[in-house]
Design a protein. Structure first.
Length: 120
């Protein structure tokens, strides 16, 4: 009976944790839509995504809201990360599979698995 009770308590706690996480994500989405839809309606999705200038508070003239350079910059950062990470990852895999002694393989394997769980 005690095991069933503790499992039920854990099940309820996990459900509450999941419900809290989902609620927080939903509230963030609602906030973003509430704050962003008026701008999208005013500027237009095409001008927003393909505009080349971001100047929401100009000294003179109309504000401009173009995020295309930010999108391209994100792709450049992702490509640069891949250029650095892929060769390093392949080298680590070859080292662990072919060269490393068993004690080093064990330590490095656990360290790499720990790093995989950390979001970047």
């Amino acid at each position: 009976m005690r095991r069933e009770t503790s499992e039920r308590v854990i099940e309820i706690l996990l459900f509450l944790s999941a419900a809290t996480a989902i609620s927080i994500v939903a509230l963030i989405l609602i906030f973003l839509l509430k704050e962003g839809l008026p701008l999208i309606a005013k500027v237009g999705i095409t001008d927003l995504c393909l505009g080349m200038d971001w100047n929401p508070l100009p000294i003179t003239g109309e504000p401009s809201y173009g995020i295309f350079p930010m999108i391209v910059g994100s792709f450049y950062v992702a490509a640069g990360s891949l250029v650095m990470a892929v060769p390093f990852g392949i080298a680590c895999a070859i080292f662990l599979a072919e060269i490393a002694p068993s004690w080093a393989r064990s330590v490095l394997k656990h360290s790499i698995e720990l790093l995989v769980g950390i979001p970047s």
